[in-house]
Design a protein around this ligand. Structure first.
Ligand SMILES: C[S@@+](CC[C@H](N)C(=O)[O-])C[C@H]1O[C@@H](n2cnc3c(N)ncnc32)[C@H](O)[C@@H]1O
Length: 215
């Protein structure tokens, strides 16, 4: 089966990506800057923390963490997006990596914070959970935290309302629903909260609870 989300789609978007998110008042980037601010707020970083940004794109989320004195590790599967991010953040470390593949052998360390924005809606819900569990078990430092922003809704009713509001801008992808995801993550021993930020995007804050229960 053809890959519905190939890296080449994102390579082609890299030059115009920043213009498509800033000041956007429609679906799906409505409130983009508030969404990124919320990731930083919920991450509660301190200078010197090691932050891993998954699907970094042109580095717009990672940049906010460097402004807080954090050290950045950034991944993406698009060579062209990574080129832009390298230009924006010369002090960060970068790796070409597809999140659907096993983790990078060269990056075996742990991170104080793992963050991501507008990436996980390319994965089925079960795969989202698998990736989060693997990160929580293997890539998080003690007292670490995972903060993920994406297109998502509190409930299926919220999803329907957003689809109506978006009208012709709506595109059907693998969005999150907190009413399903939060209990699912809890059933695997993670503590998770969700905050809706715009009508179509929100932020999950995830911490290890009793990791013995699953994953
Ligand atoms: C909408 S952009 C978000 C970029 C950035 N995080 C932001 O908030 O501006 C989605 C990014 O996820 C990356 N991406 C999508 N699927 C991926 C995958 N399977 N593995 C790694 N990166 C992926 C794309 O290349 C793109 O840079």
């Amino acid at each position: 089966m053809a890959d519905p989300y190939p890296a080449s789609d994102f390579d082609a978007w890299a030059d115009t990506y920043d213009a498509s998110v800033f000041g956007n008042q429609g679906f799906p980037f409505e409130g983009y800057e508030r969404v990124l601010e919320t990731v930083v707020e919920l991450a509660e970083v301190r200078p010197g923390m090691r932050v891993l940004d998954l699907g970094t794109g042109t580095g717009l989320l990672a940049e906010r963490f460097t402004q807080h004195g954090c050290h950045l590790w950034c991944t993406d599967f698009s060579i062209e997006m990574l080129k832009k991010a390298r230009q924006r953040l010369p002090g960060a470390r970068f790796a070409l990596h597809d999140l659907r593949q096993p983790w990078l052998k060269d990056w075996s360390q742990t991170f104080d914070r793992i963050v991501s924005a507008y990436v996980f809606h390319h994965f089925e819900d079960a795969r989202k959970v698998e990736i989060i569990l693997e990160l929580a078990h293997q890539r998080l430092a003690p007292d670490g935290r995972i903060v993920i922003a994406d297109i998502g809704f509190e409930t299926m009713e919220g999803w329907d309302t957003a689809r109506n509001q978006a009208g012709e801008e709506w595109e059907q992808e693998l969005y999150w629903t907190a009413s399903w995801m939060i209990p699912e993550l809890q059933s695997h021993g993670l503590m998770a909260t969700y905050r809706q930020v715009s009508y179509c995007a929100g932020v999950y804050c995830i911490e290890p609870g009793n990791l013995d229960k699953g994953g």
